[in-house]
Write a protein that binds this ligand. Structure first.
Ligand code: ADP
Length: 316
């Protein structure tokens, strides 16, 4: 148990970087086995335009692919790319048997409708889990789809940190399609790391603190620095901070630093466990993207061998 400067007990830090590291090491072994059977998992990332935050994120995906022994392909397109050209690119990747996962980095330039692009991705290659087919599968609990990487990473953090979610009150702040809604769907399933009673709060929630104070597990994904303060949580809460906010800081080398949605120093003494920002949820998102891609490749390999079986059966 860590203690603060006045000897007070502090919540245990959930080390997302270390947990993500273990997952990526295990995946490298699975990639090796798949490669030995003739299938090297391939992830294609399409980056349109030159948003600096997206470029950083895509570069770390590239590195993670290379490190895991996967085939990582990044397609960089100019900011002036038309929707038709982007859709052609997506379709070419759908038809490319060496590519098992396709990710189109958001945000897209304004001439392109993101929903149309997401729907063009083959759902069996949609490792981001945003295609309506995969969103539907997640909601009904069909497990052959793909869950979005950030909420899947949060669930994995809870499981790996020994947090029992069964019957617990879990309060989510944020109802986006990327985090809040799929997070709720994951936590509601009759499954390990789920079976929770889930409350979803958002910007129109009347009394946010009244909800968060009841939470056994609080998951913040609102994109608001220090939204969650010490008076909003109960003793013993598990806190997962999904927020990644840039706040200006003249003393930081880049002129800003990253903070979450939770006032970490104030909330930690009350929490039993808490994720930091950075090195909490962030590294898990990439680890889960790798995991989804390896699973896409394994499912592809299984479909191919089943087809071969049918073809051989037909010949006999
Ligand atoms: P993300 O992709 O991380 O989920 P978004 O910016 O898409 O982030 O969504 C932010 C979410 O946070 C929205 O659902 C919004 O309703 C919620 N939110 C923003 N501010 C507050 C607030 N002050 N209290 C409660 N919820 C909030």
């Amino acid at each position: 148990m860590d203690r603060g400067s006045h000897g007070e007990e502090l919540g245990r830090i959930i080390d997302g970087a270390a947990i993500a590291r273990r997952i990526r090491d295990k995946l490298a072994g699975e990639v090796e086995a798949l490669a030995a059977s003739g299938v090297v998992p391939g992830l294609a990332v399409i980056l349109v335009g030159d948003d600096p935050a997206s470029a950083v994120y895509v570069a770390s995906k590239e590195r993670a692919c290379a490190e895991a022994g996967m085939n990582g392909l990044t397609i960089r397109l100019p900011a002036t790319t038309t929707q038709r050209d982007l859709l052609d690119q997506v379709r070419a990747l759908n038809d490319d048997p060496s590519i098992h996962g396709i990710l189109v980095q958001m945000p897209l330039p304004k001439q392109i409708d993101p929903d149309t692009v997401i729907r063009a991705i083959d759902p069996t290659k949609d490792v981001d889990g945003f295609h309506p087919i995969n969103v539907g599968k997640l909601l009904i609990g069909e497990e052959d789809g793909f869950a979005p990487c950030t909420p899947a990473g949060v669930q994995e953090l809870l499981v790996q940190s020994g947090v029992n979610t069964l019957g617990k009150d879990i309060v989510l702040i944020g109802r986006s399609n990327i985090v809040g809604k799929p997070m709720a769907a994951l936590l509601l399933q009759d499954h390990l790391g789920a079976n929770a009673t889930v409350t979803i709060c958002h910007r129109y929630t009347r009394d946010l603190a009244a909800h968060t104070r009841r939470a056994d597990i609080l998951i913040a994904a609102a994109g608001r620095p220090k939204l969650v303060t010490a008076d909003m949580v109960k003793q013993g809460v598990v806190v997962i901070d999904v927020g990644i906010n840039r706040v200006s800081d003249a003393s930081a080398p880049k002129g800003y630093r990253l903070v979450g949605d939770v006032d970490f120093d104030a909330v930690r003494p009350l929490a039993s466990q808490i994720t930091p920002v950075p090195k909490g949820v962030g590294p898990m998102t990439i680890a889960m993207l790798m995991k989804n891609t390896v699973r896409a490749a394994a499912m592809h390999a299984a479909r191919v061998s089943a087809l071969r079986g049918v073809a051989i059966g037909e010949m006999a």
